[in-house]
Design a protein around this ligand. Structure first.
Ligand code: BGC
Length: 400
């Protein structure tokens, strides 16, 4: 997973207009059916914060890795065991990974305390040309290998089918971290320029397909250290608007995710040091200002999820460094409605999973993962990195 600070944040790129609009030329019975399910989806986004009153799903596979770390680091075992009980998001990052959705939801069903609905957070992360501005998290689908069609049929349709079988659970889908933000600031890179329309159409498809009464959708809005500057917020708001129009309307989504896999703090001290010219030195001021930009383009009433998995303590030389940051600590535990505009703080990046490999001889090596701010000996993105996990636990804030 790639997070990218754009130092040229104030540079303006082309306003990539001309996005297709949805036109229903003629209403057939099929269209009517679709229209009524769309209304149901839209109503869902208006019912309120899905995190309130729900029991968050604790991923048993994550807990097992954490338990193993408790044996590996006996001096920290009691703190580590507390982490085993913390809910984390489930990443769907390949076609194959979609096979796990039903199992996860069946496990959630079994655990469900009948008094409370279960809530599971999924991250959908498999766009064609994924991670277009970096190397660490490139995926299996590309524009050249027919990835756009495969994304729809083999990824989104499969997820939608399984989601529809569990209508009594609350499901959250965080859509494609970093993708649309890359279109706001990285169109100078050929891979991002090539991905422009494909990203937009694919995300619009995901939104319209996954729009169901029990599914709350959040589009990814990167983070304060990337899009906090006025020009970038203006650009991303317009991109969101275009994609939502393509998807069938702004009321299809519940809101936006921020700070996914990044390290930005919730309060401003560290951010002011890193980016003195940034009007959004932290995630809470970012969501506030971004809401204003969204309102200006007609996207109103949206809420946010902030990834607090690793933002308890982050001391970096540069905001542009995003890979396995040394000295980072676990952040606020997942919780509903912690602040104005925020539906939840959640552990979206499972802490202890790597951001990218640090060995230059390996595939998907990105030099950002060998920056002076990055921990050495890191495995491939998504792989378990026990020494890093131990550091996150040691630096947890609030403490465990
Ligand atoms: C990786 C994914 C992984 C996710 C969660 C990303 O950086 O590219 O494969 O699932 O992190 O750890």
């Amino acid at each position: 997973m790639e997070q990218r600070l754009i130092l040229l944040a104030t540079l303006w790129f082309c306003a990539c207009g001309g996005t297709p609009r949805n036109h229903l030329a003629r209403v057939t019975p099929r269209d009517e059916m679709r229209a009524s399910s769309e209304v149901a989806g839209a109503e869902q986004s208006a019912v309120g914060n899905p995190f309130v009153g729900a029991e968050f799903f604790v991923n048993p596979e994550y807990s097992m890795k954490v338990e193993a770390a408790a044996s590996e680091y006996p001096a920290q075992a009691s703190e580590i065991r507390k982490v085993a009980a913390v809910p984390t998001a489930i990443w769907l990052d390949s076609v194959k990974s979609t096979q796990s959705v039903s199992n996860v939801l069946q496990a959630a069903e079994k655990k469900a305390d009948r008094a409370k609905p279960t809530l599971t957070v999924f991250v959908l992360y498999n766009l064609p040309n994924r991670d277009c501005s970096a190397k660490a998290s490139g995926g299996e689908l590309t524009v050249e290998n027919g990835g756009e069609e495969r994304y729809r049929r083999e990824f989104i349709d499969k997820i939608a089918e399984q989601f529809s079988n569990f209508p009594h659970q609350r499901l959250i889908a965080v859509l494609e971290p970093d993708s649309l933000p890359n279109l706001a600031t990285n169109m100078n890179l050929p891979k991002c320029a090539q991905s422009d329309l494909v990203y937009r159409r694919s995300i619009a498809y995901a939104i319209s397909k996954l729009s169901m009464p029990h599914v709350s959708l959040y589009m990814d809005a990167a983070h304060a250290g990337w899009l906090g500057w006025d020009g970038n917020r203006t650009k991303i708001a317009q991109i969101f608007k275009d994609v939502l129009v393509m998807a069938g309307g702004t009321n299809k989504i519940r809101g936006f995710s921020t700070n996914v896999s990044n390290f930005n703090t919730l309060s401003s001290a560290e951010g002011k040091r890193l980016g003195p010219s940034n009007p959004c030195p932290d995630e809470l001021s970012y969501v506030k200002r971004l809401s204003e930009n969204l309102r200006r383009v007609g996207i109103e009433g949206k809420q946010f999820i902030i990834d607090t998995a690793r933002n308890g303590l982050a001391v970096r030389a540069s905001w542009g460094n995003w890979c396995n940051i040394k000295g980072a600590g676990l952040g606020e535990r997942p919780q509903a409605a912690p602040a104005p505009l925020v539906d939840a703080y959640y552990w979206i990046k499972p802490p202890g999973e790597s951001d990218g490999v640090s060995d230059a001889s390996q595939p998907r090596y990105d030099q950002a993962c060998a920056s002076p701010d990055s921990s050495p000996n890191a495995p491939q993105a998504g792989q378990w990195f026990p020494a890093y996990f131990s550091g996150l636990v040691r630096n947890a804030h609030p403490s465990l």
